[in-house]
Write a protein that binds this ligand. Structure first.
Ligand code: DER
Length: 220
């Protein structure tokens, strides 16, 4: 079993009957959603709230019951991936472009489980550029403000032009280098007009579930 599948299946074991579950986005969350689909097929009674159109479509294909938007207030567990995890369990997320919905969902979750393989573990955040979701209007101006925080910014592209998030926004992948103070940077980014969300998830993760290529599983 590959490390991401190992982590995804382990996270699904935390899910109990009657729970409300946030469904993350990405290639690791893919395995957790499939594991939940199997449990639903076996009779597990849960309702879920996806963090992307992609995860919503996957959940529907697995007949996982979904909540309507007006029904969501608190979630018992959210299972989601990450692009980098530091020893304090701070994260860089957004590599899959779902950071805004993921942060909204993570913020209303009682138990936030982050599933990774060991390639995501770092001593300090920043080797992976911080995804910053920005409104398309005057995005170059917003990029300028981010650059003033000593970053190189790259407008994320897709196969047919600029990458557009599920919310109709752009993403500026912002390279700050290894970040000295992640909490301070997270606040500074949020103060920039035009910034909708950034991929620094500070003090949000409750547990990291890490699959290793040798078959070991680490939960901390
Ligand atoms: O966009 C995100 O935050 C996703 O969680 C993603 O970055 C996770 O990466 P993965 O596809 O390696 O699980």
């Amino acid at each position: 079993m590959n490390p991401k599948e190992l982590a995804g299946k382990k996270a699904a074991e935390y899910v109990k009957p009657g729970m409300k579950i946030g469904l993350g986005t990405g290639s690791t969350a893919f395995y957790a959603i499939h594991a939940l689909g199997t449990k639903v097929k076996e009779g597990l009674n849960i309702t879920c709230f996806p963090t992307s159109q992609a995860s919503e479509e996957l959940a529907k294909s697995l007949h996982i019951p979904l909540m309507a938007h007006h029904e969501v207030h608190r979630l018992d567990i959210t299972i989601d991936g990450a692009d980098e995890v530091d020893p304090s369990k701070n994260l860089i997320k957004g590599g899959g472009g779902a950071l805004l919905r993921e942060k909204i969902v993570g913020a209303i979750t009682d138990l936030y489980l982050i599933i990774i393989d060991d390639s995501k573990k770092v001593e300090r955040l920043g080797s992976f550029s911080v995804p910053v979701e920005v409104v398309p209007y005057a995005w170059q101006v917003t990029a300028g403000h981010i650059q003033e925080l000593d970053a190189d910014t790259t407008l994320r592209e897709s196969d047919d032009g600029f990458f557009v998030t599920d919310n109709g926004n752009y993403i500026l992948d912002s390279d700050f280098g290894l970040i000295k103070n992640v909490a301070e940077l997270e606040v500074k980014l949020n103060q920039i007009p035009g910034v909708v969300c950034n991929g620094l998830f500070i003090d949000m993760a409750d547990y990291i579930i890490c699959g290793h290529s040798n078959g070991d599983l680490e939960v901390y």
